[in-house]
Design a protein around this ligand. Structure first.
Ligand code: GDP
Ligand code: MN
Ligand code: MN
Length: 299
């Protein structure tokens, strides 16, 4: 355990603790905006240092098969410290747990046959998507559906890449539990307590291109809640909830790449801590996009 020594800030007259990453913005040398800011009060010591974050793709992991102990494989390849965050691609987690299926074992229903024709896809693949879905929000030009754990994704996140021919990979059925178990496994091996993010690459509304999203996490809140905080000019923030887990997942996805990079795990060191909540998914009532899509696309 580190010995945290609070230090006096000569500018705002408060105390701050550099060792915890909690510091006073008024203490940044040359930070003219902040020095001129009349609203600097000790409460701004809640600000966090975002420097020297180290991001490491875990090198040399083999092709993952059912039964593989990914936690052990990661700990053999990188040194893990308390407070690190490990981001793991759902694809490899699912392969290690056997959440996969040969297309040959899937019999398409009438609906799967209809949607396969409509969207030009393999009916067995479409059936896998329907099986993974709790609610179909849109059928065409691609299936958009809600999974039982709350995530809404294109083709229910069912993948056919980075696996043998004619196989599908499902998202983990309970990614929050998966993250918690993965953290326990890392702790059992190393004695270190880390945060975990299980990621998937997802498309977005309104913009071209896919990014990494957090579908399961533990060790921190998915949202960093800025509501009630004040900006540099003392204005109170009323609606800002930063989706930190998704931001980290996005950068992890950048390190992983999408094709044959072979890097399904990424380690983050020196991330500061934050406070917030885990209500990442809108409720059905709040989710305007979901409602309008459902209304516009009756099945
Ligand atoms: P998803 O985003 O979870 O659907 O996973 P991707 O298929 O995009 O893969 C993410 C990263 O993991 C890429 O760098 C892949 O090359 C890598 N990857 C996928 N499967 C394996 C595997 O079995 N072993 C290794 N070493 N890397 C893999
Ligand atoms: Mn995927
Ligand atoms: Mn991906």
């Amino acid at each position: 355990m580190q010995n945290y020594r609070p230090t006096h800030c000569g500018i705002c007259d408060g105390m701050y603790t550099p060792q915890t990453g909690v510091f006073c913005p008024a203490s940044i040398p040359g930070n003219k905006i902040i020095k001129r800011n009349p609203y600097i009060v000790p409460s701004t010591h809640r600000t966090y240092i975002m420097e020297n974050i180290i991001v490491t793709g875990v090198p040399g992991l083999p092709l993952i098969r059912a039964g593989d102990n990914i936690a052990a494989m990661i700990c053999e390849r990188v040194n893990v410290e308390d407070g690190d965050i490990i981001s793991l691609a759902s694809t490899v987690y699912s392969k290690s747990k056997g959440y996969t299926k040969p297309l040959a074992e899937i019999t398409p229903s009438k609906r799967a046959l209809r949607l396969a024709k409509l969207n030009g896809e393999d009916p067995r693949f479409v059936q896998a998507v329907l099986d993974a879905s709790q609610d179909i929000i849109m059928e065409h030009p691609f299936i958009l559906s809600e999974l039982p754990f709350g995530h809404i994704g294109v083709r229910a996140g069912v993948d056919q890449s980075n696996i043998d021919d004619d196989m599908v990979i499902f998202l983990p059925p309970d990614p929050m539990k998966a993250a918690a178990e993965f953290r326990d496994e890392i702790r059992a091996i190393t004695g270190k307590t880390v945060g975990i993010i299980i990621t998937d690459t997802c498309g977005r509304s309104f913009r071209r291109g896919q990014t990494g999203h957090a579908i399961g996490w533990c060790g921190f809140t998915a949202i960093r809640d800025f509501r009630g905080d004040t900006d540099l000019f003392g204005h109170e923030l009323k609606i800002t909830e930063e989706a930190v887990a998704d931001e980290i997942a996005g950068f992890a996805n950048f390190v992983m790449g999408e094709s044959n990079n072979g890097v399904p795990a990424v380690l983050f060191r020196n991330c500061p801590s934050w406070t917030g909540h885990d209500n990442l998914y809108f409720s059905k009532k709040e989710d305007i996009t979901r409602r309008l899509l459902k209304e516009a696309c009756p099945s």
